[in-house]
Write a new protein. Structure first.
Lengths: 307, 317
């Protein structure tokens, strides 16, 4: 007698499951992600933040062609010019290099080093979390207790300890930041997956003969990827601050490459001569970081229609 | 209660073990030999072998770990390669300074965070609520090392009111609670307080809003209790969670203070870590991270136990 009921709920949930993978399915009915997008567009703060992020990304991509001056060419005679200078619109740094050009080119490495760790951690963390949550039992215990160990370190400490041990460099910074975010994302992925593994559509997929891997890939991933993604976007802001922080300490990007954290570090000597110019790279980090935070907040509240 | 503490202690032991393994392996993550940084480039193979044997690096990893753990359990964290002093002594001195700074910062952050959180939770969607939300987003989005620099620019470089770096007028390595030293802690503490302030304000706002929407508050008002009386009930209900978050934030600040301590040249663990990293002083690096992580684990445990003791609704299963 329960068979038709189960079948009914499969069809219902099946639609939601299919939505992210099949864009053509919600053209008519708009679907879950369509609703999220619709609500996001109506959130002025999130939209402003999103547009700001797009502008910074555009600058980062185009910077080698659009910087007004050579970002590497210094001049001993024109050091630490103030903001509003006729040639150097945003002043010049401690080696007489144009600040606006360096800030523009610096956005490349700063963005790259802030976003990449979260992207990699999103893939690895989701994998670990979904596996632990879906398989359960001993696999879950071993994986999640190992993850617990990493939660015993405050994230700043873990990031600095790892890159301190690995040594300075862009690659090592990305590796250590990835290690910081994998446990956090895995924990969220595990709890979301555990929450859905007893749902009827999983049982239905099992009965239809799907392998465990297929179920994880289609039914589980389709339903948990949204919450994990939103959580991950909220980490980008932290990641930007930490990545620039590593460079600020001298553990990330090496001079003369422009990167906001490193620029902030080298300009520290100039705070008595030209404080405004010295503070500019930090302002850039702050603007991008707050934009990611506000966008992520908007995305989260836009997605709360499911409940 | 005692049984609960015992149970928590048992569950925390494997985590503590894991932490010690991570700290131990950190040294072996480093490319090349841990000794390569201190040995001269023209050291003979004989010298290298002697040094490796002296530090125990010639034994297999698990045995090295067992020996290291044995020493650590006896309070011996090894000897700093750079200074030749015991790591435990160096870390012990620095931890006190870090703890002072982090505690003052947590206290400032907690006071303002709770204030803003309560105001925002009570007057939702008012202008004050907007200000409070803006402040909490600011708190979690601002690169704190930059904020520290900006404060130094404003209050030291431009206005000349407060000293930019150090912990005291004599340039000494220890902070003392007197007026001269007080001036030195203001800027780093305020900088550090911004993060917990934002997080605490956000949590308390949600807590207060949630409590105020519950039936018992309506019942209290219906029986004619004064608004202040209701307020006391709200405080009592919000306190366990708010205090728990404060405890966790103290742990985060203690471990995450390296950037701020570097900006202000504060003689704490962060500063020590920085030195250890750049001198490639691996025993010192290992020791300070182990101490900080263990502090964090212990603090988590204390917060858990405290929350359970304060909140009768949590089952002590």
């Amino acid at each position: 007698m329960t068979a038709p009921l189960t079948a009914g709920s499969v069809a219902l949930d099946g639609n939601i499951t299919a939505a992210p993978d099949a864009p053509e399915a919600f053209i008519a009915s708009r679907g879950f992600w369509g609703h999220v997008g619709h609500r996001l567009v109506r959130d002025p703060v999130a939209m402003a933040a999103g547009i700001l992020i797009l502008i910074v990304i555009a600058i980062a991509i185009l910077s080698p062609w659009i910087t007004p001056m050579d970002p590497y060419k210094g001049s001993m005679l024109r050091r630490l010019k103030p903001v509003g200078d006729a040639t150097y619109w945003l002043g010049s740094d401690e080696l007489g290099r144009d600040m606006i050009s360096r800030l523009m080119l610096g956005s490349r490495l700063s963005l790259f080093m802030g976003v990449t760790p979260v992207l990699i951690a999103f893939v690895i963390g989701s994998g670990i979390g979904i596996l632990a949550g879906y398989v359960g039992g001993w696999t879950n215990t071993i994986l999640m207790r190992t993850i617990d160990v990493f939660f015993a370190f405050p994230s700043v400490l873990l990031a600095i300890a790892l890159s301190g041990a690995l040594g300075a460099g862009i690659f090592n910074s990305i590796v250590s930041l990835t290690c910081v975010f994998v446990p956090q994302i895995a924990r969220v992925a595990e709890s979301v997956t555990t929450g859905i593994r007893r749902r009827d559509y999983i049982d239905a997929a099992k009965l239809s003969g799907a392998s465990a891997f297929t179920i994880m890939r289609v039914q589980v991933l389709g339903n948990v990827v949204g919450p994990i993604f939103v959580y991950s976007t909220s980490l980008i802001s932290v990641s930007m601050i930490l990545a620039s922080g590593l460079s600020f300490l001298g553990l990330g990007v090496r001079p003369p490459e422009p990167e906001w954290g490193l620029m902030l570090n080298t300009l520290r000597t100039a705070i008595y001569v030209n404080p405004v110019v010295a503070a500019l790279p930090g302002l850039a980090i702050f603007i991008v970081s707050i934009s990611f935070n506000l966008f992520s907040d908007g995305l989260r509240s836009a997605m709360e229609i499911r409940q | 209660m005692l049984l609960y503490i015992l149970k928590r202690l048992i569950t925390v032991t494997p985590v503590a073990f894991g932490v010690s393994i991570v700290c131990f392996l950190l040294v072996h993550l480093a490319p090349g030999d841990p000794l390569s940084a201190v040995l001269p480039a023209d050291a003979t193979q004989q010298t290298i072998d002697d040094m490796r044997a002296a530090y125990g690096f010639d034994k297999p990893l698990p045995i090295q770990y067992a020996i290291w753990l044995w020493h650590v359990l006896h309070g011996d964290l090894g000897v700093s390669i750079a200074t030749g002093r015991p790591v435990a002594q160096e870390v012990g001195r620095a931890v006190v300074n870090s703890l002072i700074l982090a505690s003052v910062a947590t206290l400032i952050g907690f006071t303002f965070g709770v204030f803003f959180g309560f105001v925002a939770g009570y007057r939702r969607n008012s202008i004050l609520d907007r200000v409070a939300s803006a402040l909490s987003v600011f708190g979690v989005s601002v690169p704190h090392y930059w904020l520290g620099m900006v404060l130094v620019i404003v209050f030291s470089a431009t206005l000349g009111w407060l000293p930019p770096t150090g912990a005291g007028p004599d340039g000494s390595g220890n902070w003392r609670p007197d007026f001269d030293h007080l001036r030195y802690i203001i800027l780093p503490a305020v900088t550090m307080a911004v993060i917990p302030m934002g997080i605490i304000a956000r949590t308390v706002r949600a807590l207060v809003a949630d409590i105020l929407s519950q039936d018992f508050v309506e019942a209290l008002r219906a029986k004619g209790l004064s608004e202040f009386g209701v307020f006391k009930h709200v405080v009592r209900n919000a306190a366990p969670t708010a205090l728990a978050i404060m405890g966790l934030q103290l742990g985060y600040l203690l471990g995450g203070s390296i950037l701020i301590e570097t900006v202000f040249a504060w003689p704490g663990t962060g500063f020590l870590l920085n030195a250890a990293i750049f001198q490639r002083d691996l025993p010192l690096l290992q020791g300070s991270i182990l101490v900080l992580a263990m502090f964090f684990v212990a603090l988590n445990l204390i917060v858990d136990v405290m929350q359970t003791a304060l909140d009768p609704r949590i089952e002590r299963a």
